[in-house]
Design a binder for this molecule. Structure first.
Ligand code: GLY
Length: 325
């Protein structure tokens, strides 16, 4: 009976994208071993402020009637520009000491999507993904072809060193000094992302990352794989993931959450919790942010912390870091 009701609810959600709910927005700035007391003086406050500032960019768009796609892009552009997060400036470095950036965006209303991987000179990988989604015809571009597409479309170009911060260099050096013993996947991931529902009931998701510290040049994580690290489908949900990308790909994490809602009749929170349990069972760590068709925001994580924030129509913004907040 519960299943039948769930299926009926899922069917209802599919045919009523413009439900009575208002707009909603959530973001993440990566998950991992984020523990109280593990920050330099002022660092935790600066990170919370950067999360709040990025959230405000998207909130302003949604509150003035803008689209979910515009909101998630604006949030991720802001997070890419902040050195606190593993995307854009401050990206994790490859074993060759370079920044190779991945990003994806999806519009739940049309299920148009685009992804880029191995970006090295385009200032904002998420802007590049958005432009590719608008322009087509391709959905996925890699490496020099992705940067070339950005150049041809007038998107700002920077030297690869623009993305490289002293903290990320140190992290790579420490990893390389420690050899295989230091190859602890839990210490090395991070990603930024946003999900939104706009007043028209449309959903969108965007995710951007430098990937894993010490990754092999050419390695691709879950972020730009539609249905793994990023997905948006009106009537189901929008998801952005952060964590051990190889495992999120194998679990089809973002798509599995939407499928559990659409076909299994689960709530977004139950679906997110189940998928994070699946990730854990496969040996992975990380978290997801989810917004459902009615604008309900859910978070799930199996790491000690995840930089995250949310705001919905009529509620105050919240910013959180630790799992028990
Ligand atoms: N989750 C980001 C990555 O694995 O690249």
């Amino acid at each position: 009976m519960g299943r039948l009701l769930g299926a009926l609810l899922a069917a209802w959600l599919m045919v009523t994208p413009a439900a009575a709910a208002g707009w909603a927005l959530a973001l993440h700035g990566g998950a991992g071993t984020l523990e109280r007391g593990g920050y330099a003086p002022g660092e935790e406050a600066a990170i919370r402020e950067a999360l709040a500032d990025a959230l405000e960019k998207g909130r302003a768009i949604l509150a003035s009637g803008g689209t979910a796609v515009d909101a998630v892009e604006a949030v991720v552009v802001a997070l890419e520009a902040s050195p606190h997060f593993n995307a854009g400036v401050g990206a994790a470095l490859t074993s060759a000491g370079t920044a190779e950036l991945d990003a994806a965006i999806m519009d739940g209303a049309t299920r148009r999507a685009a992804a880029v991987t191995g970006v090295m000179t385009t200032e904002s990988p998420i802007r590049l993904a958005r432009r590719l989604m608008e322009t087509g015809p391709h959905v996925f571009l890699a490496g020099p072809a992705a940067d070339g597409f950005a150049r041809a479309h007038g998107l700002a170009q920077v030297p690869n060193s623009h993305f490289i911060t002293p903290a990320r260099r140190r992290m790579l050096e420490e990893l390389q000094k420690g050899g295989a013993a230091a190859f602890d996947i839990r210490l090395r991931f991070g990603t930024v992302g946003a999900v939104a529902r706009d007043r028209a009931g449309n959903l969108a998701a965007a995710t951007s990352t430098g990937g894993l510290t010490g990754k092999a040049p050419g390695r691709i994580g879950d972020t730009p794989v539609i249905g793994a690290g990023t997905v948006a489908e009106n009537g189901a949900c929008a998801v952005s993931a952060t964590g051990s990308g190889e495992i999120f790909i194998r679990a089809r994490a973002a798509g599995q959450i939407c499928d559990r809602i659409r076909f299994g009749g689960q709530t977004a929170q139950a679906a997110a919790d189940a998928v994070i349990a699946d990730i854990g069972a496969l040996g992975g760590d990380g978290g997801v942010i989810v917004v459902d068709a009615l604008g309900q925001v859910s978070f799930a994580l199996n790491a000690p912390g995840m930089y995250r924030a949310a705001v919905t129509e009529g509620t105050a913004p919240v910013v959180k870091i630790f799992a028990d907040e």
